[in-house]
Ligand binder design. Structure first.
Ligand code: UTP
Length: 291
């Protein structure tokens, strides 16, 4: 069995990044040279995904345009002797098929993933949040490791986790692992717990592999934390129904860059810009001079 469908939810309102996200999606904010969602798609292509379904919403048309072929621009670059810039558009030709469906009301991530059901049908699939990059320049194989775990263990779901400081756990879905290690079985997963109730410091890190059973759970959940349909609640239901669900930890070089708030957005931009081959060294000198 192969997993080659990836669902990329990009329908969220991005209110924590206002005013930057008033008329542009947060998933299109640049980190270094590329918009966030381009890194996400490049990661998906590298781990063998072939069909990408974006769950879009109002004001997200620029994402669709970004992954489309822009023959007019290619022609202009050629006519103006700027052939060297054509390489910057090579991602348009990646061997991927793009699909789009609208989440017509922003009722949360669980609701966004449920919108994929008619497309995905009865196959296992990946979910990659469109606002989170894994690893500097998206150099991560975590979805590859998760896919292998899913197939070997005949799991119902595999979720990426990363460790955070204790005071950060109330912002995320938190693991209650059954055992220790880079790959562990989950006893439970809790959305946005209070610090004192959190069963660990391991939080969900924007990547998932699901069997189609997640859709049945998504149909049954009620609005949870923040009045939204929480994907975490559906995962919990799968575990409580006897399904095997595993966690795979991000490795040291697989930092999660969450472009959901300004603090982590600024950090991600600076880190990627510093790693830029052309501009990084001079930026480093400049930053040193002003700090
Ligand atoms: P967030 O949890 O950061 O929510 O989404 P948000 O609504 O975008 O942001 P805030 O809280 O208003 O600042 C995580 C990912 O899930 C998608 C987002 O687009 C983002 O990629 N999402 C979220 C949806 O597709 N639909 C939703 O209803 C909520």
């Amino acid at each position: 069995m192969e997993i080659n469908i990836a669902v990329v939810p990009v329908a969220g309102l991005g209110t924590r990044l206002l005013p930057a996200t008033k008329s542009q999606p947060k998933e299109m904010l640049p980190i270094g040279r590329k918009p966030v969602v381009q890194y996400v798609v490049e990661e998906l292509a590298r781990v063998g995904m072939e069909r990408i379904l974006f769950i879009t919403g109002p004001g997200k048309a620029s994402i669709e345009n970004h992954f489309d072929l822009d023959n007019e621009l290619i022609q202009v670059l050629r006519q103006n002797g700027k052939e060297d810039l054509l390489a910057e558009l090579s991602f348009e030709r990646a061997p991927l098929q793009y699909f789009y469906t609208r989440q017509r009301q922003q009722l949360g991530l669980g609701h966004a993933v449920a919108c994929a059901r008619p497309f995905v049908g009865g196959q296992p699939f990946a979910v990659a949040l469109g606002d989170s990059i894994i690893g500097l320049n998206a150099q991560s194989d975590v979805l590859g490791r998760m896919t292998r775990c899913f197939l070997q263990k005949k799991a119902e779901a595999v979720i990426a986790f990363t460790e955070v400081a204790r005071d950060r756990v109330p912002y995320y879905g938190v693991a209650k692992p059954k055992d220790e290690g880079g790959v562990f079985e989950l006893e439970d997963v809790i959305e946005k717990p209070r610090i004192e109730d959190a069963p660990s410091n391991l939080v969900i890190a924007a990547r998932y592999i699901f069997a189609p059973s997640i859709f049945e759970a998504l149909e049954q959940i009620q609005p949870g934390a923040g009045g939204e349909y929480q994907l975490t609640d559906a995962i919990r239901m799968v575990i409580q129904g006897g399904g095997k669900v595993y966690g795979v930890q991000l490795e040291a070089n697989e930092h999660r860059y969450d472009v959901g708030n300004f603090d982590s957005y600024f950090r991600a931009f600076v880190e990627f810009a510093l790693a830029d081959e052309k501009c990084g060294p001079t930026l480093r000198k400049y930053l040193e001079s002003i700090l």
